[in-house]
Design a binder for this molecule. Structure first.
Ligand SMILES: [Zn+2]
Length: 263
């Protein structure tokens, strides 16, 4: 049976192994500096899901992705399509409610856009409460921050948005649509701050202030794409697939636990 949900027939859905992990990729359509395309987050997230499907075709189903996210703070840059957080939570939980209705009980909301992180966390929690199934949310870079730090060329501050990390993987996945000659180093988000460090591999900012993107980045970039290489992109990408597969396998082993009402 194909791992691609959209390629199943309804009879195959009826008969499917409901303990496969259903992966819903959620991304964004937005500025990624002068050197990268609007589809950056979507290409990276869906390619990681595809990599997992290729490595473990009998363990997952891959949903058609949601290519829009919570990013109104980017709209000073032409091209951004933004979805309000309440709309996004409602949309995602309608998808997860549908999947639960058909009997699926292990869902993974796989995030590839920074500001979706808290939205997907809430959507996953709502799904668990409403449907009493397992629903996990994860931003893929958090699954591999130790490995990013072991492989990166840039200092802290070099990996945030349209940065060394994203540019390298895009070079590996779609070299025809990235323009490294236009890339500029923009380490502009207080990498030395104890509290406001937005580096994706730093383990998460201790305190959050999300400014309008145009307030702190002159061209949309945050980080250092000038040190990105396709070779390192392949290493980052392979690690992302491995760690996402690792998460999938832990999810498959999780027990479905009964509630106990202590009233
Ligand atoms: Zn991005």
């Amino acid at each position: 049976m194909t791992p691609y949900y959209g390629k199943l027939t309804w009879e195959e859905v009826r008969d499917a192994d409901k303990d496969r992990v259903v992966i819903l990729s959620v991304s964004a359509t937005e500025d990624h500096g002068p050197h990268m395309a609007l589809d950056t987050d979507t290409l990276l997230g869906t390619s990681i899901a595809d990599g997992v499907a290729k490595a473990a075709p009998d363990e997952v189903f891959i949903m058609p992705p949601i290519p829009y996210g919570f990013n109104e703070h980017h709209k000073d840059f032409p091209g951004v399509i933004w979805i309000g957080p309440e709309t996004l939570i409602a949309f995602i939980t309608d998808v997860t409610r549908s999947l639960a209705h058909h009997g699926f009980r292990r869902l993974l909301l796989l995030n590839s856009h920074g500001s979706n992180h808290s939205v997907l966390d809430l959507a996953a929690r709502k799904t668990v409460i409403e449907n009493e199934i397992i629903c996990v949310s994860a931003s893929y870079w958090n699954l591999m921050s130790d490995r990013i730090n072991a492989m990166r060329a840039s200092e802290t501050g070099g990996i945030a948005h349209a940065c060394e990390f994203e540019a390298a993987m895009y070079m590996h996945l779609d070299p025809a649509h990235i323009y490294p000659e236009r890339a500029a180093k923009q380490v502009v988000h207080n990498p030395d701050s104890r509290y406001f460090n937005l580096d994706l591999a730093s383990g998460g900012a201790r305190a959050m202030l999300m400014r309008w993107w145009s307030e702190h980045s002159p061209d949309g970039t945050m980080g250092d794409p000038t040190v990105a290489t396709a070779e390192n992109g392949k290493r980052f990408f392979d690690a992302a697939v491995e760690e996402t597969l690792g998460l999938v396998r832990e999810m498959r082993a999780l027990p479905i636990l009964p509630r106990k009402d202590h009233h």
